[in-house]
Write a protein that binds this ligand. Structure first.
Ligand code: CO
Length: 280
């Protein structure tokens, strides 16, 4: 069973053209989360705090995974793609050798714009791969419902024999949206070789061993797990909903500046030079 390395609260920050969001991790020590680099929670109920969005900006060397819960994100890119992500939809963008895009949030009737963005690193061998998008409508995401009332949306990877629709992703991540009813306690398998974290976004849950009365991690809590082959979770009185994300660590050097993540400083300098020259 995996113990807990750390529980922390996502911290308020500003990104894009002035979007207020909460960052669970990113731009710090990358090792504990490898192959993941950053996780942003952009749930927001005040349109003036998100409508300026994320105008044109580049990415290279990473993948970004956007999961929308409420509102819409309109996107456009330098390859001529455009579209809109709606509640329950996922977009998996492999930036690879380079892409310019913009992501513009639009609230729903209640003014809500809710969702998450995760960055996954690409291994050295794929940093310069061709850019690619996978836009997955909500209806294509399998939902596993279990006898204890637990329900799991399988965005990527496998759970209980169901496979998520996102494929061909380097880090072979598993990205699950897990809902557990009030008071239910259960185990969820996570392969031993992976780094794993949970991010709570509704209710609260105790991720420590049930025999030790641990604290309950509430909304916007990030739980980083130790090694092991499963996690234990007990939902609080109002149930719990959280993302459970895991991936195989790449164990490569990370050279990171803004939206570009390479292996060496030279590659970073080159990437920014090519951007300036317009040769991406
Ligand atoms: Co972006």
């Amino acid at each position: 069973m995996r113990g807990i390395q750390k529980i922390s609260a996502a911290t308020p920050t500003m990104e894009g053209a002035g979007v207020h969001l909460h960052r669970a991790f990113g731009f710090g020590d990358t090792e504990p989360f490898d192959p993941f680099l950053l996780f942003d929670d952009f749930r927001n109920d005040q349109p003036e705090h998100y409508l300026k969005g994320f105008p044109w900006h580049p990415h290279r060397g990473i993948e970004t995974i956007t999961y929308v819960l409420a509102g819409e994100v309109e996107h456009q890119d330098s390859l001529g793609n455009s579209g809109s992500l709606r509640p329950g939809d996922v977009q998996w963008m492999t930036a690879g050798s380079g892409i310019l895009h913009q992501e513009m949030p639009r609230g729903d009737e209640q003014g809500r714009m809710h969702g998450f963005q995760l960055w996954a690193n690409l291994p050295a061998s794929l940093k310069m791969t061709d850019p690619r998008y996978q836009d997955i409508p909500s209806a294509q995401i399998p939902v596993v419902t279990e006898d204890d009332g637990t329900s799991v949306r399988v965005v990527c990877g496998e759970f209980a024999g169901q496979r998520g629709p996102v494929d061909g992703v380097a880090a072979q991540p598993r990205y699950l949206d897990v809902s557990i009813p009030s008071g239910v306690s259960r185990e969820l398998p996570v392969e031993t070789s992976r780094h794993a974290f949970a991010y709570v976004f509704e209710g609260d849950a105790n991720f420590r061993d049930a025999s030790a009365p641990g604290e309950f991690a509430g909304n916007r809590s990030l739980v980083l797990f130790d090694q092991g082959d499963s996690i234990r979770v007990q939902a609080g009185d109002d149930g719990a909903r959280f993302l459970l994300v895991s991936g195989e660590p790449l164990r490569e050097p990370v050279a990171w500046r803004g939206p570009i993540v390479m292996n060496t400083r030279d590659e970073l300098v080159q990437a920014w030079q090519e951007l300036q020259d317009g040769t991406v």
